[in-house]
Write a protein that binds this ligand. Structure first.
Ligand SMILES: Cc1cc2nc3c(=O)[nH]c(=O)nc-3n(C[C@H](O)[C@H](O)[C@H](O)COP(=O)(O)OP(=O)(O)OC[C@H]3O[C@@H](n4cnc5c(N)ncnc54)[C@H](O)[C@@H]3O)c2cc1C
Length: 376
């Protein structure tokens, strides 16, 4: 059996594994990144690429804001094909109750230094004339943006390679344990740290990791430049994102640099197959038309699905796995892994090297769920 040694072996080259590889290599760790299919081809290729600050909890805010700022720092280096656009998000309020939520959200962000603007109905109409009449207003979150995730994963992987990381693409890991990654082709990688960055498949090689697959659909239209100008999300999205028992669909539309419109999004538990579920697509598009009626006249080019890796408390798992201290987790990012990949990589490597992190790491530690996670 071939054997090779390194400091860090990362399994999974989605955006999270790619970011971890880049961070490890940049900080001088000898790194090997293993991917069974293509770089950025898993949930990363299915994601919307909204780089968004969120406020469900202090921990979610800390990681999304920190990561968003890291994307902004990286911006001058991002190649054209990543299509980074600082378009901002508008959280759309359909009624007075949602306007109250606009004010609550603005207050939360203002206290934490995030630039926002409350939009009344007229200002919203000026900024997004294709929203239906009668919307009450919205909240513009100015520093949010969008990018094209698979190219971002490739960029981070290439950066890792230039800093000395080795890539093993097209080769699956069969087993990870006690400082080893056993590959399907018979190779054995020995590493001080083995990182499971397998997204929704993380439990395949680390049994006991509590990840549930949450299926999502997206639709992309033909080119309609200027029709949508910001990432638009209905405020009801949060109710939909939190529903764990039923299927849900919420209005979420994104302007792409090409003039195309990316329309989302749905959430389903217990749907394990990749096929497009037309019932879900119809529901999602009907919801979108309630917000932007003219979307109904547009032609769509492609519909696809992907699996978010969901945890029970909606926070990712970043750090050592209590069942085997050589195995580290970087997974469970649900609908925010494109945004939080860079922050995840920083705090993971901070923990490995004993460096002080810029945000508290405790909320994301895999040990937080207690003893039921411990496997001998
Ligand atoms: C519809 C939808 C919309 C989304 N929109 C957004 C958004 O707007 N903003 C945002 O921030 N996030 C969004 N997300 C979430 C985001 O896409 C994910 O959180 C993120 O891509 C997860 O990245 P990952 O690297 O953890 O997983 P993945 O991208 O799934 O990567 C895991 C990799 O591991 C590899 N792998 C698995 N098993 C093995 C093995 N045994 N050996 C070797 N390799 C293996 C897989 O091939 C895969 O490439 C969305 C997700 C979906 C589904």
């Amino acid at each position: 059996m071939n054997s090779v040694a390194c400091d860090v072996a990362i399994v999974g080259a989605g955006i999270v594994g790619a970011a971890c590889a880049q961070e490890c290599a940049r900080r001088g760790l000898r790194t090997i990144l293993v991917e069974r299919e293509t770089i950025g081809g898993g949930a990363t290729a299915a994601g919307m690429g909204h780089i968004v600050v969120m406020d469900d909890s202090e921990a979610q805010f800390a990681l999304t804001r920190y990561s968003q700022q890291l994307w902004q720092e990286l911006r001058p280096e991002l190649p054209e094909d990543i299509e980074y656009e600082p378009c901002g998000t508008i959280w759309v309020a359909a009624d007075e109750e949602e306007m109250q939520e606009v004010h609550r959200k603005q207050n939360f962000y203002r206290q934490r230094g995030v630039p926002t603007e409350v939009l009344d109905a007229n200002r919203l109409r000026e900024m997004e004339p294709n929203l239906r009449e009668g919307m009450k207003g919205g909240l513009l979150v100015k520093e949010d943006g969008v990018l094209y995730p698979p190219c971002a994963a490739r960029f981070l992987t290439e950066h890792a390679r230039r800093c000395g990381a080795t890539l093993r693409v097209g080769c699956a890991a069969r087993r990870i344990e006690q400082g080893h990654v056993f590959l399907e082709d018979g190779e054995n990688i020995r590493a001080e740290f083995v990182v499971n960055a397998m997204g929704a498949s993380a439990a395949d090689l680390t049994p006991g990791v509590e990840i549930k697959k949450r299926k999502g659909h997206l639709v992309i239209t033909d080119r309609y430049p200027g029709f949508v100008r910001h990432q638009l999300v209905e405020l009801g999205y949060l109710k939909s994102a939190h529903s764990v028992n039923s299927d849900s669909a919420a209005f979420n539309a994104q302007p792409r640099r090409t003039g195309q419109i990316l329309i989302g999004s749905s959430r389903q538990y217990g749907a394990e197959h990749k096929e497009v579920d037309h019932r879900m697509v119809v529901r999602m598009l009907q919801r979108a038309q309630e917000y932007m009626p003219a979307l109904g006249k547009m032609s769509s080019l492609r519909t696809w699905t992907g699996f978010r890796a969901a945890t029970s408390d909606n926070l990712p798992l970043i750090g050592p796995w209590p069942g085997d201290k050589s195995v580290w987790l970087a997974t469970g990012h649900e609908g925010l892994g494109i945004t939080t990949s860079l922050g995840t990589a920083r705090i993971l490597v901070d923990q490995m090297t004993g460096a002080k992190s810029q945000i508290p790491v405790e909320p994301y530690l895999p040990s937080r769920a207690g003893k039921e996670h411990v496997h001998a």
